[in-house]
Structure formats: structure tokens, C-alpha cells
Write a protein that binds this ligand. Structure first.
Ligand code: TYC
Length: 106
């Protein structure tokens, strides 16, 4: 029992405290489509999601084959800014590329 183990009780309290101050996190995904060029998607992953060329290529190919792929996990406002940036840059260039965010349930 925790009450008989001071260290364990302390760990539970620290954990409860930590969870209280940790903000909810959101997964940001890219969605596949038939029109956006692969190199454009790689550029988006490098600039918006700060992925290396190698990682961006891997993510793009995953999205291309699986239909959807994880780009990063962020706080709500950062995730929303990434999604908006993808849509703005894609629209500017006439591509239908879409991004979505989903709450990362613990
Ligand atoms: N399927 C696209 C093509 O063949 C490439 C692509 C990858 C598009 C990922 C969108 O999120 C995407 N040109």
C-alpha cells in the first residue's frame, strides 16, 4: 500500500502535480491527395514541421501510402498554427493539401 511506502506516495503526488501543469497535446497529421507534388509536401515538412530532408521524405511516403501521417505533437496553439500554415502555403500554390489536428489522449 502506498501509505506504507513514503517513496511511492511521493511519486504519486509528484505525478498528480505534474499532470496538473502539463497542457493537453495535439497530434498534427498530413492527409494524402492525388494532386499535391511529393517535393512540395517534403518542403512543407521541412519548413513547417522542422523535419530533416530524410525524415520529411519518409513522412511524405508514409502519407502517400497510408493516407495519413503524423508530422508532430504540439500544444493547442502551436498545432493550430501549423495546420493553418499548411493550408495557407498550399492554397497560395494551388494545391489541395490538408492537415488535421487530433487531441493526444494520455
Ligand atoms: N499523393 C501525392 C502524389 O502522388 C503526394 C502526397 C503525399 C500528397 C502526401 C499529399 O499529404 C500528402 N503526388
Amino acid at each position: 500500500m502506498a501509505e506504507n511506502h513514503p517513496d511511492l506516495q511521493e511519486d504519486i503526488e509528484v505525478d498528480r502535480e505534474t499532470r496538473l501543469i502539463e497542457p493537453p497535446m495535439y497530434r498534427v497529421y498530413l492527409i494524402n491527395d492525388d494532386y499535391t507534388p511529393m517535393d512540395f509536401v517534403v518542403d512543407i515538412l521541412m519548413t513547417v514541421f522542422r523535419q530533416s530532408k530524410e525524415k520529411a521524405t519518409e513522412t511524405m511516403l508514409h502519407v502517400h501510402h497510408q493516407g495519413k501521417g503524423l508530422c508532430g505533437i504540439y500544444t493547442y496553439e502551436v498545432a493550430e498554427t501549423k495546420v493553418d500554415a499548411v493550408h495557407e502555403i498550399a492554397e497560395e500554390n494551388g494545391y489541395p493539401l490538408r492537415s488535421v489536428m487530433e487531441k493526444n489522449d494520455l
